[in-house]
Design a protein around this ligand. Structure first.
Ligand SMILES: Cc1cc2nc3c(=O)[nH]c(=O)nc-3n(C[C@H](O)[C@H](O)[C@H](O)COP(=O)(O)O)c2cc1C
Length: 336
């Protein structure tokens, strides 16, 4: 059974599944494993902030991609296009110089990225949680959307996926929608495809892999947590983000205090205060992914409920494909 559509053909992937970008988690090894599995893997450029690192990793990925010419699989880089990201311009230039095949933009205005990528045939998909932001990305010429729905890991959206996908497809019938939020098995992949998505975009499931660049404690926490353990906090980046409700998470709380809220809303301090908050959040998260660290601040989505085993990326992809086929056959049995 082959699940193929315009998106899988244009990205050259063998199954409509994307390993989503995850801060401090997705790395070069995971992207190569995703390509070997015949799908697309993504990492946030912010995972490579040391001088020269991003350029080196992109060169290595491009070499890997060329060596696999004719076989399915590709990669994407995620750029946080928000004004408060001090690395944006530098990272965009490095990506463009390396002709990154696909970009994912989040949290801001994707115009510069779209223009720069389209100049050499790169594609740009934009993270959206609502129609207003999607319209802006559409007007700027994006190649498609990541519909980030309820329960997603990271900056989850407020709407259920089935509603968000349909709304985007009704408004922009020709643009592919990649569905993100709570997908951790073949049944949920089939359900988003049935709802009109062109691919499933899956993050949390891939934290519990040997390839993920985080501590064993974090991976075990993914296996141990249930959906009721996931809470939203705006203390890490100023934008609500999902984390496991550990003792440390309880200690720092999930809401900004009045002073932080005032600084975040004041037009004169907004940008710089956000940068400060994000720097503190980065430091917390960076500490927390290191082995043996007691600052357990771990980002994850509600799909932790469905994750019970640490498995290599390739095994998860093969399992997802098998499960999607089975779910499809099971559904067909309901028809007469
Ligand atoms: C640990 C973690 C880190 C994330 N970091 C980023 C990021 O840096 N950039 C981004 O666009 N999305 C980020 N996300 C969101 C994912 O790209 C994706 O939208 C989300 O994981 C999909 O939902 P799921 O976790 O339920 O599969 C992150 C998610 C997680 C779980």
């Amino acid at each position: 059974m082959h699940f193929q559509n315009d998106l899988t053909r244009s990205l050259n992937i063998r199954f409509p599944l994307i390993v989503a970008p995850m801060f401090l988690v997705t790395n070069e090894e995971m992207l190569k494993a995703s390509m070997e599995a015949g799908i697309m893997g993504c990492f946030p450029s912010l995972n490579y902030r040391t001088e020269g690192q991003l350029d080196e990793v992109l060169k290595s990925l491009n070499k890997f991609l060329s060596a696999r010419a004719g076989q399915p699989g590709t990669y994407a880089v995620n750029l946080i296009v928000q004004k408060s990201n001090p690395w944006f311009e530098k990272h965009l230039k490095i990506c463009i110089d390396n002709k990154v095949p696909v970009f994912i933009t989040s949290l801001g205005n994707p115009k510069t990225t779209i223009e720069a990528a389209h100049a050499y045939g790169g594609k740009v998909f934009c993270d959206v949680t609502n129609l207003v932001h999607a319209q802006k990305c559409f007007d700027m010429g994006c190649d498609g959307f990541i519909a980030v729905g309820q329960g997603a890991g990271g900056h989850a959206g407020p709407y259920p996926l089935a509603i968000l996908i349909e709304t985007l497809k009704n408004a922009f019938p020709d643009k592919p929608v990649l569905a993100a939020g709570g997908i951790a098995n073949g049944k949920s992949i089939l359900s988003v495809l049935a709802a009109g998505a062109s691919a499933a975009y899956c993050g949390t499931r891939f934290i519990a892999t040997p390839e993920a660049g985080v501590s064993q404690e974090y991976k075990n926490a993914i296996l141990d947590a249930g959906m009721e353990d996931i809470v939203m906090t705006d203390r890490i980046s100023g934008t609500p983000c999902t984390i496991i409700n550990t003792e440390f998470a309880k200690k720092i709380g999930t809401k900004q205090n009045w002073f932080e809220r005032w600084m975040s809303n004041n037009p004169r301090t907004k940008k710089y205060f956000k940068m400060l908050i994000q720097r503190r959040g980065f430091n917390w998260l960076e500490d927390a992914v290191k082995p043996g660290n007691y600052h357990s601040l771990w980002c994850a989505g509600q799909s932790v409920e469905l994750i019970h085993e640490i498995k290599p990326v390739k095994e998860i992809v093969d399992e997802f494909i098998r499960e999607t086929e089975i779910a499809y056959e099971e559904l067909k049995k309901m028809t007469t």
